[in-house]
Write a protein that binds this ligand. Structure first.
Ligand code: ADP
Length: 401
């Protein structure tokens, strides 16, 4: 964070606190540990997406940040001010945060203008009117000021909700599945509008979504939650390309898992070899293989078989059964049509980046009681020695790239 001096000196570095600091936050409901010691910071102007499967604790985290739920443990600090902690709990209306929920929660008996101005009672009449006009211009609804909520489309209602939440200039905006009630096309459109409003106002935001595509598109960073804990936090690219475990890999996109070995800084797998300079030597690993990572050539001597195909419009998604019995998916242009049952040679796609390697089983692997559990990969033989079984997935230490 920088600021300029009155003498026009170069900006000086200041110690402005993060917009939000969350430390070791916990919440239990009866036997359910809904949130289990999570922590993160939110920088000024940053959009953080909280993503995870249903029931992993996303809404509970957001509600605690808003002050609507009191944590059992931990600390919430907003712009340097502790609002939850050992010394107590600050009421929602005194936190200076804005909230946008899935259901727009507009007052049905108030006009758009009155809805947006609702939280501005402290301002004089003319300043209030000016602020409402400014907010409606921001969400491009100036012409709808006199309408009532039932006279708006779903997307317009959500933009009014956003304008209302931003009107008091909150220090942080909290959004809980704000687009869930919109259909797909509108959703993308409203999402883009909301992000550009957040960017234009410089408002830091925590966004809850169960949709990994939305998180990848929206977030400066993503926090993946699982069973109330932080599974991984990082940039969208980091999370997608370097997941720490199977759960994150599979949650953030289509993923298959192939056993592999690292020998002399080369990873060997049934899809071929790739350099892996950072991998520990002679280490049994799993490869995270996404459909765009896999190519194939039709060949009567190929050892893989097309097991199935799903038409996805722009592309076809093929299921390939490799010689070992392992199954990987391959996304190909819709112009290429290969019949089910055809023999092919499968390989890494050209220009495929270094393969992502992860340790394969517990604690990063699936749990038996986990609804997100994934099948264990079939044992494979390496590309270099088809008669030798590759080591199975390792239960060893943490993941690596
Ligand atoms: P998500 O938003 O990720 O779907 P939630 O935060 O809503 O998850 O819920 C996390 C867990 O806490 C779930 O098991 C849910 O049933 C439970 N839970 C949430 N709110 C309450 C509540 N008010 N009373 C009891 N259990 C709750």
């Amino acid at each position: 964070m920088t600021s300029s001096t009155e003498h026009g000196d170069p900006p000086a570095v200041t110690d402005a606190p993060p917009a939000l600091e969350v430390r070791d936050l916990g919440k239990r409901y009866g036997d359910t540990q809904a949130v289990d010691g999570i922590g993160f910071d939110l920088d000024a102007h940053e959009i953080l997406c909280l993503v995870g499967p249903s029931g992993c604790g996303k809404s509970t985290v957001l509600r605690m940040l808003a002050g609507l739920v009191t944590p059992d443990s931990g600390q919430v600090v907003l712009a340097g001010r502790t609002v939850d902690g050992p010394d107590g709990h600050l009421a929602p209306e005194r936190r200076g945060v804005g909230i946008v929920f899935q259901e727009h929660a507009l007052f049905p008996n108030l006009t758009v203008e009155a809805n947006v101005g609702f939280g501005l009672a402290g301002l004089g009449r003319s300043r209030r009117r000016a602020r409402v006009t400014e907010m409606l211009a921001l969400v491009a609804l100036e012409d709808h000021a006199a309408r009532y909520p039932h006279e708006l489309s779903g997307g317009e209602r959500q933009r009014v909700a956003l304008a209302r939440a931003l009107a008091p200039a909150p220090s942080v905006l909290l959004l809980d599945e704000p687009f869930a009630s919109l259909d797909q096309n509108l959703r993308v459109q409203v999402r883009d509008q909301v992000v550009s409003v957040l960017r234009a106002t410089g408002t830091p935001a925590v966004f809850v979504t169960h949709d990994q595509g939305e998180a990848l598109a929206l977030g400066d960073r993503i926090l993946v939650l699982r069973h109330g804990r932080v599974a991984q936090i990082g940039t969208p690219q980091g999370i997608f390309h370097a997941p720490v475990d199977r759960f994150v890999a599979a949650f953030m996109g289509d993923a298959d898992f192939l056993p592999a070995r690292v020998v002399d800084a080369v990873v060997e797998s049934e899809l071929g070899e790739r350099p892996a300079p950072d991998a520990p030597p002679t280490h049994a690993v799993e490869l995270v293989v996404r459909p765009d990572d896999v190519s194939f050539d039709v060949s009567p001597t190929g050892s893989a078989v097309i097991d199935g195909v799903e038409f996805q419009g722009e592309s076809n998604l093929y299921r390939l059964r490799l010689a070992s019995g392992a199954v990987v998916r391959s996304r190909r242009p819709h112009t290429e049509v290969v019949p089910v049952g055809g023999q092919v040679t499968a390989r890494f796609s050209d220009h495929h980046r270094s393969p992502v390697l992860i340790a394969g089983s517990e604690p990063s692997g699936p749990r038996r009681d986990d609804p997100q559990a994934l099948p264990e990969p079939a044992a494979v033989r390496t590309s270099t020695d088809r008669n030798r079984n590759a080591a199975s997935a390792s239960s060893s230490e943490s993941s690596f790239l």
